[in-house]
Design a binder for this molecule. Structure first.
Ligand code: FAD
Length: 440
């Protein structure tokens, strides 16, 4: 019986190991934490969410909502446990990050076919098959071994993470709780309470944007100069693009009404509940590379956060990913090394759910191989199929991507605009079940 080595017990590696084990294969899961850690992880737990606690929309009209439903249909460990450890977040699937990661760790460590090994791998393992799921913060030694094998195709660039503030340090006489487009038929009272809004008038907004534009940033190293991922731009980068960019972006007041003034604020800074205990909130969309003293100065200009206790500061981070269309085949195997597969963000998918999906796909396609079958790819009409298609067919220069409906082929036939996404979701969910059943 083959033993599969999986390196990295993050979102992708944990899902991948679980799927392989559930299909009857023995797995050796190698994780370097906690003995050796990364710049973002804070625990030794598996599937630690390093920034936001949100797995984004739960609505199937949204591609990532459908991706989660497809994952559930395929017995995903990560998405199942995410639902079990949900905290209120309106239409989003947000989790209590600690209890979620503890549950994943427990499930993996107690699986009879998974052996967990705590070790830092400084090179691609000799044992085959193996799956590298070492994520955006792959250790330097392993990244350079990978780059030796792949040539100079390995690419590094930097994203930024948002600060977290203590609930009891917020000025509750200024802020107000409200979810955008509050609709009692769709949201429970608890959901509406999950978002806190710091209202700004025009003068406060303009002063804040000007401070952001002028604030000191952490200077990137020469090799960090490359572009940011457009879906995760630092707040100061957005401010730099124009005085109104934030008012139409993360600070948009749309769907909100200040109950004290009965008016829509000129702009808002939104805070989202971070944990079940309701002791912490993250600042939505405020990923940043400002220096800490500047974060301390500028973010206190936000009405309601003048005396905030910052439990975590924003920071910059590395993102390691390969040029997937060039180096991976359609089953996520390295073209240059038989038996070596990649999974998760290192392939160029972006985001928690996408990384988990990539781990599940890698495992399922590997199971086909190990059972002597030709790997059966999920249909392109599914969001999982769309992710794989993006990795293998994306145009140059390759850029990491979240899942969007643009990744699946358009519908045949005519649909009214508002029916389109529901029809795409229905098609995807029907087709993923066919694929799943064909694998059994
Ligand atoms: C700072 C930061 C903030 C982010 N914010 C968000 C966000 O808000 N929302 C979102 O959707 N995505 C976010 N991302 C992207 C997020 O990291 C990925 O979506 C997801 O965690 C990737 O899953 P993964 O399994 O590929 O990698 P990870 O979850 O990072 O798992 C990789 C694992 O491999 C281990 N490892 C690394 N190298 C070695 C080695 N040589 N030997 C052994 N083990 C090793 C690591 O310790 C880690 O446990 C962020 C990423 C970073 C770095």
């Amino acid at each position: 019986m083959n033993i599969v080595t999986v390196v990295g017990a993050g979102l992708a590696g944990s899902e991948c190991a679980w799927q392989l084990a559930e299909q009857g294969f023995a797995v050796r899961l190698v994780e370097m934490r906690p003995a050796r850690t990364t710049a973002a992880h804070q625990t030794g737990l598996f599937a630690e969410l390093v920034c936001s606690n949100s797995l984004r929309s739960g609505d199937v009209a949204n591609a990532v909502g459908t991706l989660k439903q497809e994952l559930l249909a395929c017995d995903s460990l990560i998405v199942r446990l995410a639902h079990q450890h949900r905290v209120p977040a309106g239409g989003a699937v947000a989790v209590d990050r600690l209890s979620f990661a503890q549950a994943v760790t427990h499930a993996i460590c107690s699986h009879p076919r998974i052996e967990v090994v705590q070790e830092h791998l400084d090179a691609i393992p000799k044992a085959r098959p193996c799956v590298l799921a070492t994520g955006p913060l792959t250790s330097d030694a392993l990244a350079s071994d990978l780059s030796r094998v792949l040539g100079s195709d390995n690419l590094h660039y930097y994203d930024a993470i948002a600060p977290i503030v203590a609930a009891d340090s917020i000025d509750w006489d200024i802020v107000f709780k409200q979810s955008r487009y509050d609709r009692s038929d769709r949201q429970s009272e608890e959901d509406a309470q999950a978002y806190v809004n710091c209202p700004l008038d025009r003068t406060q907004y303009e002063t804040f944007v000007s401070a952001l534009q002028q604030a000191d940033r952490v200077r990137p190293h020469a090799f960090e100069q490359s572009q940011f991922f457009e879906g995760c731009l630092p707040i100061e980068e957005m401010a730099q693009r124009g005085p109104m960019t934030l008012a139409f972006g993360p600070m948009k007041p749309v769907g909100l009404m200040n109950p004290r003034t009965h008016e829509r604020p000129y702009a808002v800074v939104q805070l989202r509940l971070e944990n079940r205990e309701k002791t912490a909130y993250n600042i939505v969309g405020f990923q940043t590379r400002l220096t800490r003293p500047e974060q301390n100065r500028v973010f206190r200009m936000i009405p309601g956060l003048e005396n905030a206790e910052f439990l975590r500061w924003g920071a910059i981070h590395r993102n390691t990913f390969v040029d997937a269309p060039a180096v991976l085949d359609e089953t996520l195997q390295l073209r240059a090394l038989d038996g070596v597969f990649l999974a998760g963000q290192i392939t160029g998918v972006e985001g928690y759910v996408e990384s988990c999906a990539c781990g599940l796909l890698c495992a399922r396609l590997l199971v086909d191989r190990l059972n002597g079958r030709i790997p059966c790819l999920p249909p392109e009409t599914t969001t999982m199929g769309g992710l794989l298609r993006y990795l293998s067919q994306s145009r140059k220069p390759f850029q990491p991507s979240n899942i969007t409906w643009a990744h699946v082929p358009p519908l045949e036939g005519r649909f009214k605009k508002h029916e389109k996404k529901a029809a795409l979701a229905a098609r995807a969910l029907r087709d993923i079940e066919v694929w799943r059943d064909a694998q059994r």
